[in-house]
Structure formats: C-alpha cells, structure tokens
Design a protein around this ligand. Structure first.
Ligand SMILES: Nc1ccn([C@@H]2O[C@H](COP(=O)(O)O)[C@@H](O)[C@H]2O)c(=O)n1
Ligand SMILES: C[C@@]1(CO)OP(=O)(O)OP(=O)(O)OC[C@H]1O
Length: 164
C-alpha cells in the first residue's frame, strides 16, 4: 500500500483481565509490588499492544493479532517489545515514522504516577522518539473495573520518504 498523505492518524486499544500472582508490565516497565498482573498469552503489556495497534491502524495494516496470533505456541510469554518493533518496521517500510503518541492507562491500582517518566521514556525509546513526544495519562475506573487494565493510544505518523 502506498499513501500520498503527509500525515496519518492511528488509534489502538487493549484490555486485559488482572489476576493476583502475575506480573504487571506496562510500556515495557515492570510495575513494582503490583497486587495483580495481566492474564495474557504474551507478557500482557497492554500499553505496548495498544501502541502497536495504533501504528498498524494508522496505515490500515490490521491489528497485532494478525501478526502474533494468540493461538500460536511460539508467541506464548512473548516480550511485547517484539510486537512494537514489528509494527514500527511495517510503518517504516511504507515510508512513515511516528511523530508523537498519546496513551491513557485506566487502572484502579496501584497508582502509576511515580512510573510516568519511566513509561514515557521506555515507549519513546522503542519508537525512536524524544521522550517529550510520548504523552502518558492515568485514570482509575472509579471502581467500575477493579480487575482490569485498559489502554487507549493515539499516534500521529508522518511521511518521511516520498510516495512511490
Ligand atoms: N492507576 C492510576 C490511576 C490514576 N492515577 C492518577 O490519579 C489521579 C486521579 O485519577 P482519576 O481517575 O480519579 O481521575 C490522576 O492524576 C492520575 O494520574 C494514577 O497515578 N495511577
Ligand atoms: C499479543 C497476543 C499474542 O501473544 O496475545 P495476548 O498477550 O493475549 O494479547 P492480546 O492483546 O489479547 O492479543 C494479541 C495477541 O495475539
């Protein structure tokens, strides 16, 4: 697919159920002393799954489940940084690069504020962006979904190579 557009917007979401005794990884950062972690086929990093889906959606390339099916034994326990790297590669192959991303994590506990910079820095490094181009917001569900993490991500992609 070639696109003449100078900019394209992508949006991605992910959600995972939380269970005690599992680690909670968000944006490539392991949350210390988390009371619960994601139930998932991979490492359950809902931030990175939503980031990758936003990159893919920006170029109408489908979603991560098509590239990393949760029925494939080879992806069990997968480090989600691999998923983002693949999505970024697909974006670059089409002549685009991410410009900035904004992500919102909805999680009742623990409080993530102390990890905001770590998560921004980690996601920025994965996308080869300055840290200031990764916006990180946290929300509680106000008790409506205490055993659940939800992430929403918007991403702006810019054409960096001339359209073929
Ligand atoms: N896991 C979370 C959730 C929220 N925060 C911060 O708490 C503030 C209030 O959140 P509301 O959902 O009640 O509006 C807000 O400043 C969030 O950044 C957090 O640190 N960790
Ligand atoms: C990442 C994959 C693959 O390991 O599995 P999960 O960790 O379950 O994550 P999800 O966001 O439900 O879907 C994408 C999957 O294909």
């Amino acid at each position: 697919m070639t696109s003449p557009l100078p900019y394209r917007i992508g949006y991605g979401e992910d959600a995972h159920r939380l269970e005690a005794g599992r680690s909670l990884v968000l944006g490539g950062v392991t949350v210390p002393d988390a009371p619960h972690g994601a139930v998932a086929h991979s490492d359950g990093d809902a931030v990175l799954h939503a980031v990758a889906d936003a990159l893919l959606a920006g170029l109408a390339l489908g979603d991560i489940g098509q590239y990393f099916p949760d029925t494939a034994a080879e992806w069990r326990g997968l480090d989600s940084r691999v998923i983002v790297a693949r999505a970024l590669e697909l974006v670059r192959e089409r002549g685009y690069a991410p410009v900035n991303v904004a992500l919102v994590v909805t999680l009742d506990r623990p409080k993530l504020g102390p990890l905001r910079t770590d998560i921004a820095r980690s996601v920025a490094a994965l996308l080869a962006l300055p840290e200031a181009e990764v916006g990180v917001s946290f929300k509680t569900s106000e008790g409506l979904a205490p055993a659940h993490v939800q992430v929403r991500v918007s991403a702006l992609l810019a054409r960096v190579e001339p359209a073929e």
